[in-house]
Every structure is written in C-alpha cells, then in structure tokens.
Design a protein around this ligand. Structure first.
Ligand code: ZN
Length: 329
C-alpha cells in the first residue's frame, strides 16, 4: 500500500548560506516555491515554502535558506527512506534512468574508451553493470546501504557504502569518474569535484548528468506544470543546486578541469519519482480530473514530452600533469 510521508521542517532546521559556487553573499530571489509545489504525490510531502535564489556574481541558482545537513541526514534515515518501498523505488528509479545511460556511455567512450571507472552515487548499480559490459573495470559507492545491497546482488563490480569524502579511495587511480544526478544534491559541489580531480589519473575524465535549469527551460516547465496542477519537480529541499550549462562549467573549472563539453539535448523521465498521474492526490476533485485529462491529451500529442525534464550531460578532462608531460617528452 502506498503511503505519503510528511516531512516536518522547522525554521531552526534551515540555514542561510553564501553561494555554494563562488562564496558571494550577493543574491537575488528568483522563485518562491509554494509548500505543495515540490511535493511528490503518493510518496513524500513537505509543508514548507522555499526560495530559490540566483547569485548576482556567478549566476548560480540555489535553494536559500536550505535545510541544514543534520535535517537532510535524518530525513534520509527515516523508516520510509530505508524501507522496502524505497528499495523497490530505488531499483525502478534507476531503470528509468537507463534511457540516459547509452548516450552518456557513448560520450565517455569517445574521450576515454576503457580503464577503471568509478560511479559516485551508484545506487542500485545499473550503470556499473552497463559500464562493465562496455569493457570498463567498474566500481561505485553510495551512501544508501539498501541500494548498495541490491547492486552487490545483481550487478558485477565492487560497490562500497559511504560517501566519496569518507571512503579512503586511491588517488590518481581512475580513468573515468561518473556522477549521475548527484551534483544537484551536494552542499559543496566544487569541494566534491576537487576530490574527483584527485581520484582521477592525469588525463582522466569526469562525466556527470544533472537537470538543466537554464532559465527559459525552468520557467516554461514550471508554467506548464502549474497550469495543469502538477508538481514542478523543483524539490528544493532535496535538489539544492540548480545548474545551467554556464554554472556547471564554472564549477568544473574551479575544480581544475578543462575541455568541458556540455550536451543539453537530454531528457529524463520524471516517473522515476513515482507515477504522478495515477497516484496524485491533487487530481481527486472534479476540476483536478479535468486537468488530469487535459494533461493526458497534451502529453499524448507531444509524444510524451511532458513526462520528461531536460537534463544535461557534461564531460571534462583532468589535464595531464606537467611532470607526466615532461616524462613523455
Ligand atoms: Zn556565486
């Protein structure tokens, strides 16, 4: 049986932060996210409004104030998040991402056709399995113990429980590091990318996928969703960083990467968050039913495009070190 979990958050659970990308404290409010807007019908719910702001110095879009670390950790450890229902959704969630994996793998292979690959936030390990089939020596890590257990049972490769900062991973060891839909959750993304930089061999590549929150896309998606009474999937208490091609480029450069290429033509199914149409409590009243049917018709006519949110796939290189260049000369 489906249950909706209601998260509580108090003012004392929130913190006002400087720009997580450039440390500027100069920001302007961009979007007021209403209490119900980021909710995911049939799964989770939070009765609190959030503000998404834009940095005046580097244009980073981020949640501010945002939940404190302690609140986020406690939320990820609730019985719902660690229970059977979550395990099932973890697996389905990853299967829904499969559509993105072949394109990403192709992008990686063009720059780094083989070698050791680390998938950070590997969840149920689906990408590790695909990378292994493609000839990589693939391994991963995830903070979600249940997801790692699934990964170890089904897919080849080594998966560890823990976050990349606390695991004692070997430096200059990997040819490829991937982060699939991870960076938008991170509190200090540049710090994590610097850590990735250390783990990579000189000349190694980092690949990541994250929602593309370019302003016209963000505004259009939100307008359609709001008009039809659907959640907007901003989920500002979970996704705290809203990247654009420009700001993801800044983040990678700040961490020491070069030759960044951003592919902005990706789409990802939002059904990874549960079946919005069938489980939505918002569609129970008559007016809501009309919206639901309007949504179905529009979605049918658009070939399913309304069910997807735009993502970008990004690849960048750790420059070969001066030393290794001298040695090979
Ligand atoms: Zn900034």
């Amino acid at each position: 049986m489906k249950q909706t979990l209601r998260y509580q958050i108090a003012e004392s659970d929130l913190e006002t932060v400087r720009c997580p990308l450039c440390s500027s404290d100069d920001f302007t409010p961009l979007i007021d996210v209403a209490p119900t807007e980021g909710n995911i019908p049939g799964t989770r719910y939070i009765d609190h409004a959030f503000t998404v702001v834009k940095c005046r110095d580097c244009a980073m879009i981020y949640t501010n104030p945002r939940p404190r670390l302690e609140w986020s950790v406690a939320r990820y450890n609730t019985p719902y998040e660690t229970g059977v229902a979550k395990n099932r959704s973890t697996f389905l969630h990853q299967l829904n991402s499969i559509a993105s994996y072949p394109g990403g793998l192709q992008i990686i292979r063009e720059r780094q056709p083989g070698g050791r690959l680390l998938d950070i936030g590997s969840s149920a390990g689906v990408f590790i399995g695909l990378a292994a089939l493609a000839g990589y020596e693939a391994e991963g890590n995830d903070v979600d113990e249940a997801a790692v257990a699934i990964s170890q049972a089904i897919f080849p490769g080594q998966t560890r429980v823990g976050d990349v900062h606390s695991l004692d991973l070997p430096r200059e060891h990997y040819d490829v590091v991937t982060l699939w839909n991870v960076i938008e959750h991170l509190r200090e993304p540049v710090h994590t990318l610097k850590c990735v930089h250390e783990l990579l061999k000189p000349g190694g590549v980092v690949f990541l996928e994250t929602p593309n929150h370019s302003l016209p896309i963000l505004r259009a998606n939100r307008s359609v969703a709001r008009a039809l009474g659907r959640p907007t999937f901003l989920i500002p208490y979970e996704h705290i960083m809203f990247f654009t091609p420009r700001t993801i480029g800044h983040a990678l450069k700040a961490a020491g990467f070069t030759a960044t290429t951003v592919y902005t033509n990706g789409w990802q199914s939002v059904f990874r968050h549960g079946n919005v149409l069938e489980e939505g409590r918002r569609f129970t009243r008559m007016g809501e039913r009309v919206k639901k049917n309007a949504y179905r018709v529009l979605n049918g006519l658009s070939g399913g495009a309304l069910n997807f949110m735009p993502v970008m796939q990004v690849i960048a290189t750790k420059p070969p070190s001066t030393e290794s260049r001298l040695n090979s000369a």
